[in-house]
Design a binder for this molecule. Structure first.
Ligand code: NAP
Length: 342
């Protein structure tokens, strides 16, 4: 039996539409016991991610959480017990675990990595120097393949992934245009994240015209985090041999029933556009490469980031729900316990 009591958040019910806090319950129990080759981690931060909508929905997805089990998430914490020869008690590690104080993880998985708390604040291991940075890096560079001088349009531009995409595109010599919701986020995009221009989609009557005005030479790369009607509009403005990175679908509340929209094939065919779905995990074997570049850019002040941290696992469900209302200002994290390195 474990010596640790464990608060963790379970999924009570799968979602029909957007995740609501009521779908989750904070419960107490014994901490899990690590098996052979596994480690026990005492989490410090866990995440709320827009993609969780898909993980807990009734519609088919690339990942799924069973009801009655701990909600999955990304996490960073301190190893308190190790049955793995390469991981020592006291080491800080990031892993794909869940909304819990104590979690068991397998260090052999490619998503498990050690974090040096002397390098950067622990929280960044879940944001700009973690899943969000990696998503921006590989989605843009491997799938979007921007060239210097390209116009790169990014949706959810003030968010964790979008802000990093814009800044990496800028480093690569592109003209960057953001789409964000609200005046405060729009100002962040230009003033902090260095976008050349920004469209506050909540303030414009005609998004098509606003994008045309901001992108007079058309769009070479669209980094799409929202899908839906915005994607329909953008597809009509993508240049010959343009690339569309399908990274997220934040604007679609539910895939049951399947939403309908414009037919994209004519735009794709006429302009030979490559539209490609992308999952960061497919690049897990290359995370080290992204981490090296992102760390340097953050150190050199070429990449700025924002985090939105709430305290307590009991607030994780509400933090998640807030993402779909755009309430977060940056990477949404949940602090499970005081950060021992601050
Ligand atoms: N493919 C992958 O492997 C992968 C990995 C990580 C993340 N992602 C995707 O990347 C995107 C950004 O993730 P993030 O963690 O950086 O989150 P984020 O952008 O920091 O937060 C989510 C943002 O989505 C926007 N949003 C919410 N509801 C919306 C709606 N109905 N229409 C349009 N925008 C809406 C809001 O921004 P506004 O206030 O500006 O509208 C909100 O702040 C998400 O789509 C996520 O699923 C994909």
């Amino acid at each position: 039996m474990s010596q640790h009591r464990n608060s963790h958040v379970i999924l009570k019910q799968r979602a029909d539409g957007l995740p609501a806090p009521e779908l989750f319950e904070l419960v107490e129990g014994d901490a899990p016991v690590p098996g052979d080759g596994e480690v026990l981690i005492n989490n410090v931060y866990v995440t709320a991610d827009p993609g969780m909508k898909g993980w807990i929905s009734k519609a088919r997805n690339y990942a799924s959480v069973e009801t009655g089990t701990t909600m999955h998430s990304f996490s960073v914490g301190v190893v308190v017990e190790s049955n793995h020869p390469d991981v020592q008690e006291g080491e800080v590690v990031a892993a794909n675990t869940g909304w819990a104080e104590y979690v068991v993880a397998d260090p052999n998985l490619p998503t498990f990595r050690k974090v040096d708390p002397a390098d950067a604040p622990l929280s960044t291991a879940l944001g700009i120097l973690g899943i969000n940075g990696f998503t921006a890096y590989f989605g843009l560079l491997a799938v979007g393949q921007p060239k210097a001088g390209d116009t790169v349009l990014v949706s959810t531009a003030a968010g964790a992934v979008g802000s990093a995409v814009g800044q990496i595109a800028k480093i690569k010599g592109c003209r960057t245009i953001g789409i964000a919701g609200g005046a405060e986020k729009a100002a962040l995009c230009t003033d902090v994240f260095g976008f050349d221009d920004v469209i506050d989609y909540k303030a414009v009557d005609d998004l098509d015209a606003a994008i045309r005005q901001a992108c007079p030479d058309g769009i070479d790369v669209y980094y799409d985090n929202v899908g839906g009607a915005t994607l329909d509009i953008v597809l009509g403005q993508v240049n010959l041999h343009g690339r569309v990175v399908i990274c997220g679908t934040a604007s679609t509340d539910s895939w049951i029933p399947q939403p309908t929209g414009l037919r994209p094939e004519r735009n794709l065919l006429v302009n030979r556009i490559r539209m490609e779905g992308f999952l960061t995990f497919d690049y897990a074997h290359r995370y080290g490469e992204a981490l090296a570049d992102l760390s340097e850019w953050v150190r050199d002040g070429k990449i700025q980031y924002r985090e939105d941290i709430v305290d307590g696992l009991e607030n994780a469900g509400a933090a998640l729900a807030g993402l779909y209302e755009g309430r977060n200002m940056g990477r949404q994290l949940i602090r499970v316990r005081p950060d021992p390195f601050l």
